[in-house]
Design a protein around this ligand. Sequence first.
Ligand code: HEM
Length: 528
Amino acid sequence: MPNPPTDLAGHNPSSEDIGSPNMPYARSVPAKPQSASDLPRPDLVFEKLLKRSNTDNSETYSGGLSSLTFAFGTLVIHSVFFTDRGSASINNKTSSYFDLAPLYGDLPSQKDEIRDKGQGRGLLHPDCFADTRMLFLPPAAAVLLVLFNRNHNHIAQELLTRNEKGVWSNPPPVDPATRTKQDDEIFENACLINMRHFVNIVITDYVGGVMGMASRGGGWPGNAEVLHVRNCDTSSKNQLSVLFNILYRWHATLSALDTNWIEEALERVVHSRDWDHLGPTDYERGAKNAKPHGAVKDRVFAGLERLPNGHFADKDLSEILHVATEEPAGFFRARGTPAVMRCVELLGIEQARQWNICTLNEFRSWLGLLPFTSFEDWNAAPEIAHAARELYGNIDRLELYPGLHAEGRNGDGFGKRYPLLRVDTMRNGLLLDAVSLIRGDPHLTTYFTLENATEWGFNDVARDHHNKAFGGHIHKILKRTLPQNFPDNSVYTWFPMSTPAAMKANKHLPENPSNPWEFNRPTTILES
Ligand code: HEM
């Protein structure tokens, strides 16, 4: 069903392919043509506005968010962005839906590789995922995908065992055609339920955390009415825009540990640590050297080995997640992007120029925010405002890319109306986009029927607004897929997107006298 289903593609006859893979990105804000010669050199923009300074202490910025937050974030963005830079038109190789494409893939051939079709049970091969990009990110992201693989298989097994409609056979039919049909049906239904778990985490633990509500456990932002100021269609489909592709390049959020990881990974493929001089061509060279090998189901990452049954050891996966939970994330800020990301950032700045996207102030106007009237209005730090003025001269010329990623952290006029969310351009954009994507996704409405998701599936994804995590959802996946390593009284289980240190200091954490909170790293309950 994901990516989207064939029948979904016909849902709105006026826009048949909207949201499908291999479509051009949309453009939400028209831009006036700008000549690249009028713009500052990308390397200067990076150097003066974006590059993390040596004295920067990233952990002071994120308000207790853990690096696992942004490992999950990479699943979110890789679900909806896969720019084909080789294409003359602006192609997005993946769909515009939170459909777990990094797990399932977009193309039928990718799905064929990850599915264990022969069993007729709708299963995936154990502990693998389709998107090779995830192999080149810090390993917590790959581990989270492995957990969604396990969750898929758990769901598929439940669907077949319960067989609510009584149309499947267990053991599966011997006749090849009937067996294939059964396998496809269970697979599609399990995908739909798995996606819903993913989206539940997006709208609770993740967006809530990024919006600055981590100390209360996140939750769907209470002021979603801000979205009524802009078109936020609840009925049709999604088409991602170039602007949000630029907005989500959250490389300033990388933790110190993630930064070390990517430094070592890049050094292995480009044989240099001269980050200040590595550019897009070095990145291309490195990407060629980093091609993954072997069948999807056999691939490994982070030096892990597969057990004879094809799984990774639970304790190995858990350790990676526990470490990512302990590691403080960075956050959006000027001069916060690690130097090692220079080559990727230059690509991003150049990409934005090729797309001829709007300026920061044009984007703000489109969002319903007052345009900034000075560089100080945009970033109150004198050295940042001064550097931007030297590069751009006039605040109305400030490009969207550095405008978003080097913006200060004070709210503007819109922020005053909604002070609790400390809304700035980034958070307004994020909130608008996330809510639109979810409201406009038929997988979560039109297609999430009893027929497709089953009664068990409906109950399985139901959110518990009063649980220990203030309505968060990620604990459900952790406890289900790594039951020995995520105990019920651990903050690692219920609040993995906040560091244990932040949770210990959190005055809002409800007391639990019968089973007191444990803030230390969980030890394996039983050897897995
Ligand atoms: C160490 C961690 C990370 C590494 C090594 C990394 C690396 C990269 C690379 C190599 C690209 C492709 C550049 C290009 O082809 O033009 C990219 C693009 C991107 N990154 Fe990251 N990234 C990391 C973390 C993140 C995080 C945490 C986020 C946001 C949550 C993020 C958001 C994006 C987005 C939105 C794009 C554009 C994707 C596309 O257009 O297909 N990245 N990143």
